[in-house]
Design a protein around this ligand. Structure first.
Ligand code: AMP
Ligand code: MG
Length: 357
């Protein structure tokens, strides 16, 4: 299949392009499009055949449900069977934006879209191109991240092209994603809202609006909760994994840096190519100390600006595949705002291989 790739101005997307893309979706076809979190692979959420196409284009297990993207509140009423008052408040505070809410679904949502569950995940994206596309597509776009299943989520059109060119008819290129991590998922079918996937909207922001908020047990210390299945089906699968084994080194900053330097030295001695995920300040140190070993050092940014770290993480994981490194060591990023979301993705990418310095 030929894939048409169209550039869009994220702040002022061309309506004609969005209309044409929307028509493709109405016809049951798929279009990859930018959002403020990551790129989505969109199909008509109310068309079971479109949902099947999404699973097959990604190579995604069909029991892993899709998020339904809407553009106006009225759309929620026809797909959510019950909208608790807390969800209305959350929507008021965070929609449009990077928050996905889980509701009991109505019959309007096909089982293919909900992965066989009786609940539906719904998000109203902020990105102008996404909002316009949803409107032209008829109001309901099912979209998981536009990556091949198992690979890091795409934060640029180049990432989507890498994974899906030739498998879908259209990719809308709106530049780099603003946030770079997938939406926060909150389950509103329980008495007390439960975070199923951490994201830009963090627990403190949710608590401020909702009062008590819980964390899915599958999210709290994966080691301690071995055997507890995360409630978001997608969180159960191995994800984001680079080809090389990745180890996250935790501990006090200076100890982490010296441990990574010694680990990298040991690995490089027999000729292995080492990748390092660092913060801005320590990247220079590694370059100095490991000079001659030619490590691939990726500085994600400063811990004080963790949005930069979030934005760059998935792209960095993809870069290591391209550089063909043999092993990757990463610092940890327990930053105040996005630390939980960043560490959730990083630890999943590492298959929870943690070294304590
Ligand atoms: P993606 O953003 O591509 O990673 O995929 C959507 C995520 O939302 C996956 O982790 C799904 O498991 C999760 N999800 C979608 N629908 C539901 C639902 N009804 N209940 C729980 N999790 C869901
Ligand atoms: Mg995904």
């Amino acid at each position: 299949m030929r894939t048409e790739i169209i550039k869009l101005d994220a702040s002022d997307p061309d309506e004609e392009v969005l209309k044409r893309a929307g028509e493709l979706i109405r016809k049951g076809e798929l279009v990859a499009f930018p959002t403020e979190t990551v790129y989505g692979l969109g199909g008509d959420a109310l068309n079971p055949e479109a949902a099947k196409k999404i699973y097959s284009a990604k190579g995604r297990p069909s029991d892993n449900p899709l998020i339904v993207h809407i553009e106006e509140m009225e759309a929620l009423e026809s797909i959510a069977a019950e909208i608790p008052e807390a969800a209305v408040r959350a929507a008021g505070a965070f929609w449009p934006g990077p928050l996905t809410m889980i509701f009991k679904k109505t019959a309007k949502v096909p089982c293919e879209t909900s992965g066989g569950l009786d609940t539906v995940a719904v998000r109203m994206p902020l990105h102008k191109a996404a909002a316009g596309l949803i409107r032209f597509a008829g109001g309901y776009i099912a979209a998981p991240s536009a990556n091949a299943s198992g690979r890091p989520s795409p934060t640029s059109a180049a990432h989507v092209i890498e994974d899906l060119q030739g498998r879908i008819p259209m990719i809308l290129d709106g530049g780099d994603a603003d946030i770079g991590l997938e939406s926060t998922i909150v389950d509103f079918t329980e008495e007390i809202p439960v975070i199923l996937r951490p994201g830009f909207i963090n627990i403190e922001m949710l608590e401020e609006v909702l009062g008590e908020v819980r964390l899915d047990p599958g999210l709290i210390d994966a080691e301690a909760n071995r055997g507890v299945r995360p409630k978001a089906p997608g969180m159960r699968y191995r994800h984001y994994a680079p080809k090389a084994p990745l180890f996250v080194v935790e501990g006090e900053e200076a100890a982490v840096i010296s441990r990574i330097i010694s680990l990298a030295g040991e690995a490089a001695a027999p000729g292995k190519r080492v990748g390092i995920i660092a913060s801005e300040s320590s990247a220079v140190l590694y370059a100095e100390k490991l000079e001659g070993m030619r490590p691939v050092i990726t500085a994600l940014g400063s811990r004080n600006e963790d949005l930069t770290v979030a934005r760059k993480l998935f792209g960095a994981l993809r870069d290591f595949d391209r550089e063909e490194v043999d092993v990757i060591y990463s610092e940890s990023f327990d930053t105040p705002h996005l630390g939980m979301a960043i560490m959730n993705r990083l630890l999943k990418a590492a298959g929870h291989q943690v070294i304590t310095a």
